[in-house]
Design a binder for this molecule. Structure first.
Ligand code: GLP
Length: 242
């Protein structure tokens, strides 16, 4: 694993955007695994800037997002489809048909998950998977205790995640209780993984994930077993790792 120390959030974002753009330059038809949350917003903004300067071409890129709230339509402002359109897809020359987010409106969990696994397989797997990390160590929406061998599946969100994500909703009651997420197995099959983290509240979980025991109780800890992981984090997030 490679740890890259960033000065601050902006520096982390630029460094991450550099790695994503290098991937697209080296393989114009790359399959990018993308993430939501507040952490990747700066990296997406940087990619949009470079796209506007003519430095990156997304016309052949395919994207596969990690997760989506079950029950939310892509037009809901808190859906991850909406987030991706707003922060990235609407501002670059990607073919929207090549952007994939689990279908939150499909009430049939088995169908929604099978469909997503089929999309991932058809794309030939993921070249570069971008990840944030939840305060409890979740990646995508793989919460503590999730079996490592799962593909896309439906999860019940933990109280801690509902609480943390409620800041983006009008009230905590509006936060969906379930989500569809790419499984740990699929994340581990990505050829390269890029995790980004920022802020002191991520320091403890980063230490646990990368230097503690590998256990489903800390889903991100499995990344210790991945052959090509880069962690880019700012000073605060790395404060417990030296
Ligand atoms: C959400 C997402 C995760 C994300 C995490 C951290 O629950 N499903 O993919 O990594 O939150 O979010 P943030 O970047 O806002 O801290």
């Amino acid at each position: 694993m490679k740890i890259i120390k960033a000065k601050d959030y902006n520096d982390m974002s630029r460094k991450a955007a550099n790695i994503i753009s290098a991937q697209v330059i080296m393989k114009p038809n790359a399959v990018l695994g993308l993430a939501t949350g507040t952490t990747p917003i700066g990296a997406y903004a940087q990619l949009v800037k470079w796209y506007n300067k003519g430095d990156i071409d997304f016309s052949e890129v395919t994207t596969i997002n990690l997760d989506e709230y079950k029950g939310l339509d892509g037009t809901h402002p808190q859906s991850y489809r909406y987030f991706m359109n707003e922060h990235l897809f609407n501002h670059i020359n990607i073919d929207i048909n090549n952007t994939h987010v689990p279908n939150g409106k499909d009430e049939d969990s088995d169908h929604a998950c099978e469909e997503y696994n089929r999309i991932i397989n058809k794309a030939g797997g993921i070249d570069l998977q971008l990840l944030g990390i939840g305060l409890d160590g979740h990646i995508g929406f793989n919460e503590p205790g999730t079996a490592f061998e799962l593909g896309t599946h439906c999860v019940k969100l933990t109280e801690s995640t509902i609480q943390a994500n409620s800041r983006l909703f009008d009230s905590i009651d509006e936060v969906p209780k379930e989500a569809y997420t790419m499984g740990v197995k699929t994340i581990m099959q990505a050829r390269k993984v890029l995790m980004i983290a920022s802020g002191a509240n991520k320091a403890e979980i980063l230490k646990e994930s990368f230097f503690g025991p590998v256990t489903p109780q800390v889903p991100a800890s499995i990344l210790q077993m991945h052959p090509d992981v880069i962690l880019i984090a700012d000073k605060e997030a790395l404060s417990l790792i030296e």
